[in-house]
Design a protein around this ligand. Sequence first.
Ligand code: HEM
Length: 416
Amino acid sequence: MNTQSSPIALDPTGAARPAEHTELRSHGPAVQVDVLGVRAWSITDPELLKKLLTSKDVSKDARAHWPSYEEAIQTWPLALWVAVHNMFTAYGSDHTRLRRMIAPAFSARRTQALAEFIDATVTTILDDLDTFPAGTVIDLREYLSYPLPIGVIGHLTGVPPQQRDAFRMVVDGVFDTTLTQAQAVANSQALRAALDDLIATRRAEPGDDLTSLLISTRDEDSDEGQGLSDDELRDTLLLMISAGYETTSNAIDQAVSLLLTHPGQLAHIREGRANWSDVTEEALRLEPPVVHLPMRFAVNDTVLPDGQVITKGEAILASYGAANRHPSWHGEDADTFDVTRLTQEHLSFGYGVHFCLGAPLARLEITTALRLLFERFPDITLAVPAEDLVALDSMISNGHQTLPVRLRPLPTQAAR
Ligand code: HEM
C-alpha cells in the first residue's frame, strides 16, 4: 500500500550526500524514492535492511518478480542493473548455481595467494611515482586507485592489458547515473562488445584465468543444464569486471581522502592505536563505494514494523550509505570518521546470500594500498581544499572525479 504521495527524488549527481542520507532516515525505516523515474522503497534502517536482505520474500530477479520489467528495460537508464543474467540478479536455486561456479576462485586461500601479486603491483606503481620531482601534483585515482584493481581483476579474468582501457570507460558508464537512456543503451552495447572480444580472445587462447574457466564450463556442461548459457557467461564476466574494480577504486580514493583530511586519525595509525584494517573498515562504513544498490522486488506483500506495506511487485532499494550512518547503530557521532570506533560493522558489502564475493580480495587490496602508500610517502597531502573534491556523477557509486595530491612537499615548504 502506497501511503506516501510523492517520492523523494534521489540526486543522480551524488552531490547532495550526506544530507540526502539524513533526509531519507528522517522519514523512518523505509521511504519511497524516485530512482531516475522508477519508484522504489529506500530502506535506511540497518535492522530492517538485514531482515529484508535475508528474506525469501525479496528477490533480485526482475524478470520473475517485477511487473514493470518489460517497460523498464525500454525506458530506464539503469536497465542493465536488472537485465543482466548472472548471480547478481538471480533468485533461489539459480543464484546458488551461478554463484557456486565462481565462489572457489574467491576463497580465503585463493585470495591470500594473491597477496604477493597485489604487493608487487602497488610497489611498481609507487616506484613510478617516486620518480616525480618533489611538489608534483598527481591525480591519485589515475595512478593508484584505478590501476591496482584493474590490474588485479584483469589478472584474474585474463583481460589482456591492451583491452583494459576499453573496459574502464564502459564500466564507469554503468555507474554514471547522469547518462540519458540513449547513452546508457550505447554504453551497455559497448560493454557487451568488449566482453565478446575478451571471450573470443580467451576461447582462441585459453589461459589459467576465470574467463577461460567459465568458457570451458559453458562449452562442456551446457547440454546437461548445469552449466552456463552464452548470456550468463558474458554477464558473469561483466559482473566480475565491473564489481571488481569500480568499487575498490572508490574505496581506496575515499580511505585516502579521509586520512588526508583527518590528520588526527592518521596519527592513531602512526602511534599504534589503530591499524590499516581499522581504517579500511571505518572508511567503508562512512563512505561506502556502493551507496544505494538497485534493485530488489517484493515477492509477496511485506508488512514493515511501522505498519507500512511493501506490496508484491514493488521495487526496493538497499540504501547502504544511509544505513551505515544510522544513529541506532553507530550512535550520535555516526557521521564522524573514527578509526578507533568500537563497532566497525557496516553493510558496505551487502548482507545475506548476495554478500559480496570479492570482499576478502577488496579488503586485501585496500589495506595493502594504504599501508604501502603512507609508508612510502609519509608527507602526502591533498593538493586542493577538501571542499573542492567533486563527487562522481552517480547515485550508486561513491568516489571523487579526481583526487589531486602532493606526494612530497615542494622543496621550499620542506625546508621551512
Ligand atoms: C570495496 C570494494 C567492494 C565493495 C564495496 C563491494 C560491494 C558489493 C555489494 C554491496 C554487493 C551486494 C549487492 C547486493 O546488495 O545484492 C556486492 C556483490 C558482489 N560483489 Fe562486490 N564489492 C567490492 C569489491 C568486489 C570485488 C573485488 C569483487 C570481485 C572481483 C566483487 C564481486 C562481487 C560479486 C560477484 C557480487 C555478487 C554476489 C551475489 O550476487 O551473490 N566485489 N559487492
